[in-house]
Design a protein around this ligand. Structure first.
Ligand SMILES: NC(=O)c1ccc[n+]([C@@H]2O[C@H](COP(=O)([O-])OP(=O)(O)OC[C@H]3O[C@@H](n4cnc5c(N)ncnc54)[C@H](OP(=O)(O)O)[C@@H]3O)[C@@H](O)[C@H]2O)c1
Length: 282
């Protein structure tokens, strides 16, 4: 009796082990391992079943209808609770209702406002383990004519706000040895265009912050990544020009790339990726 029980148990164990091995070998399952949390945690990237996403609470600073809205929807799809921050939050109501997000009014350039924002998010959502800095501002015009105050404001929005947000995020994430901080860049992050000095200064600075933060925080378990969005983002206001089809970036596809970076195993993290439409000769 006892030996039959032993044989049955051994057979069961053998089946479980065989299934595990098969699951890891079968490429059709398209699974990604997420070793930071649980060696067996898996996310099915193609299909609707999401077993486990390595982050659970996201804060997007600089939320609107473009990249941030697409990203917020992707987060919600993966079961991530979402906080959306902008100076004016009325425009975010429909999106927040759609995905169950919470909105927060805050100016990213204001040190005490950013401090208060993170404390409010901690209280209502829990400490965010993924933070995205998405705000930016431009000041177009010939260098000789730019208003210094407007330029100062643009740099503060594009870069200094990124520092304030990353600092608050790092303080929380370092304590857990886990988290991700993502920065949205632009072509101007790597190329200074004429009549666009303020934007170039802001985006170059943000890229510098992202590089420095990645080297400093990576060994603490925090994945820092910068995204060079190399082209115009498609929207109802800015559809693809008829004479250049497919020449803008679809914000949903950009968001999918952010998600892919967040799913990277830590032995092979990206610090920066460039995204551009396939027709772009760059
Ligand atoms: N759109 C493009 O074609 C394009 C191309 C390349 C790169 N990018 C980059 O992609 C990012 C997102 O652009 P998007 O057009 O898709 O924008 P978006 O995600 O739709 O929204 C950005 C939001 O940032 C908020 N914001 C601006 N200043 C802020 C501040 N001081 N504090 C808090 N929030 C602030 C704005 O709301 P409030 O005004 O209410 O604060 C705005 O709704 C930007 O970094 C941009 O430089 C965009």
């Amino acid at each position: 009796m006892r030996s039959r029980l032993f044989v049955a148990l051994a057979a069961l164990l053998g089946t479980v082990v065989a299934q595990r091995i098969h699951r890891h070998l079968d490429p059709q399952r398209r699974t990604l391992r997420c070793p930071r949390l649980d060696p067996d945690a898996q996310v099915i990237t193609e299909g609707t079943i999401v077993a486990q996403f390595p982050y659970s609470k996201a804060l997007i600073v600089g939320a609107g209808s473009g990249i941030s809205a697409s990203l917020a929807r992707r987060f919600a799809h993966h079961g991530v609770k979402v906080a959306l921050a902008a100076r004016s939050v009325d425009k975010l109501e429909a999106l927040a209702a759609e995905i169950g997000a919470i909105t927060f009014a805050a100016d990213a350039t204001d040190t005490s406002a950013v401090d208060a924002l993170f404390r409010a998010v901690d209280a209502r959502l829990g400490e965010p383990d993924v933070v995205v800095y998405n705000a930016s501002a431009r000041a177009h015009g010939p260098l000789a004519e730019l208003d210094p105050k407007t330029v100062e404001r643009a740099i503060a929005t594009t870069a200094f706000g990124g520092f304030l947000v990353a600092q608050q995020a790092a303080r929380r994430m370092l304590a857990h040895g886990h988290g991700a901080i993502l920065f949205t860049g632009a072509t101007a992050s790597v190329k200074g265009f004429p009549r666009s000095a303020a934007f170039a200064m802001g985006k170059f600075a943000l890229r510098g912050l992202a590089q420095s933060a990645a080297r400093e925080l990576g060994p603490g378990g925090i994945h820092v990544a910068h995204f060079v969005i190399d082209g115009g983002v498609r929207s109802t206001r800015r559809p693809d020009p008829a004479e250049r089809p497919d020449s803008t970036l679809d914000p949903d596809d950009i968001a999918q790339s952010y998600i892919s970076v967040l799913l990277q195993p830590r032995s092979a993290w990206s610090q920066e990726i460039e995204l551009r439409p396939w027709v772009e000769p760059f």
